[in-house]
Design a protein. Sequence first.
Length: 586
Amino acid sequence: MPTTRSPRSGSRRAPKRKARQHGISPEVLWFLEQRGYEVPTCVPAIRTPEPRDVPGAVFDPARVDKVIAALRCLRHTQGKWAGKPLDPDPWQVAYIIAPTFGWVKPSEDDPGRCVRIVRDLYVEVSRKNGKTTLASGLALVLAFADGEPGAQVVAVAGSEKQARFCFDPAKKLAGASPELKAAGVKPLRSRIIQPATDSYFEVAASVGDLLHGANLHGGIVDELHVHKSPDVIDAVESGTGARDQPLIITITTADDGSPESVYAHRREFVEKLARGTLKNASQYAVIFAADKEDGEGDAPFREATWKRANPGYGISPTREFMRAAAAKARQNPVERARFLRLHLGLRTKQQTKYIELPVWDRNAGMVDRAQLGGRPAYGGLDLAATSDLSALCWLVPDDAGGYDAAWRIWTPEANVGRLNERTANAATEWVRRGWLTVTPGEVMDYDHIRAAVNEDREHFQVGEIAYDPWNSTQLVTDLLEDGAPMVTMRQGFVSMSPPTKELSRILKQGTARRPLLRHGGNPVMRWMIDNLAVAEDAAGNVKPDKRRSGDKIDGPVALIMALDRARNAAPAQGPSVYEERGLEVV
């Protein structure tokens, strides 16, 4: 067991009140005071608990001292700090280094040896706060100063170029360190090696790159928000199973608010840990960001806001840098969104979102498809490319100006993998739970859609089904022959603007207690609603814009077409005139 320990929380030398005020444990506060560090004034917006309640947990200051001493052996290579030691800032010690490296417990396999409790570190902070430099330094610590024989540490990303954003600074740090040179550490193009211990730090940009390094001691995941797939990260996590104190470090800025992404899933998990909904002592996370209210009005341009979101404010980023970035953000809505996300840590999309997710979510309600049987219903059918998504929306009006919505969404079997890459593997779960229907083969099976439409015509009292003639196929002809009341609806401003605006109005009027467009929380639709962007003409008319949208929007387009028919058409009674011809809406 360590011979040098901090006092436990009951010690009088570590006042609990001051520790709680700064969001750190009494043990870490004691360490800061004993080592002469100022207690940081920038408190994280979100932080998971330190693992001090794990059975046998001890805070070992010697472990933290060792990491800081190792970092000081590295030298900055650029700017005004070039040649100076990489001495971590107080906020980095208080909220990252000490909680991660200080808390240890007896090893389950070797009780006489203590190992780190934290095995997964997540740090989210705005740009220019030195997170990449710190991560590069910690990667070198894990590889060459962690007492781990044959340490294998990797910088992981979706591409080699991205992975080098963390590796190249580490390579420069290693090359400028006399201590590492004396220890036989050699920087190569894509690998830093220490032959004497058979340890290395290298770039790994794919699952294939990681196959030979199946005994990983550490991994650095830089800018999580740009990862499209979790595959590489999952491979790193599975590759650490043979080590007794591995550490994966994820560093990132905020993303654009997309609900189905690698970042979004991890952020949700971190927030649940911070709230105490989930518990996992091996996971530690810290997120620095402004308050949500700081994104409104003039608040983003106040210095007090900058200080809340940037723990390194005044040093990196500098005041001059923040003033220049803020001035640029004042002039352009796109730059403002970028400023909020990259420099204040607020998850904000670049483009203007037509329907905000909170507005959509509060209208979820409960939808029982079985109970809607026999009632008047109006359809919107959006037929996309043969290898992509197609969507059918049914709207069933109620007597109070609201609607129940039910969808059928299809994709070819061969497209599921591509959807997984864009939704952090959510597509597979959608298929499993029945939200997304897979048709066999590489292209859309329109016979499958035809059968589903006709099945629904037996279930609902179908008035009209709108479709876009631009993407009409033999399917529409077949449905007309089946007697389906197909209605042509073009996708221009004249046709699409009234129902698009009406959709926005209905959703905004709806509340959680009285939703006006009940959609049952369909997760595929939620993803597509978040993607939805609109085009606007000089007269203020709007329509869905697939080019500007973040990804697929077939479901919302089908919903808008169904809403147009529900607002303007009467239920079909008796033989349908559409059996002979289609009604065109211009």
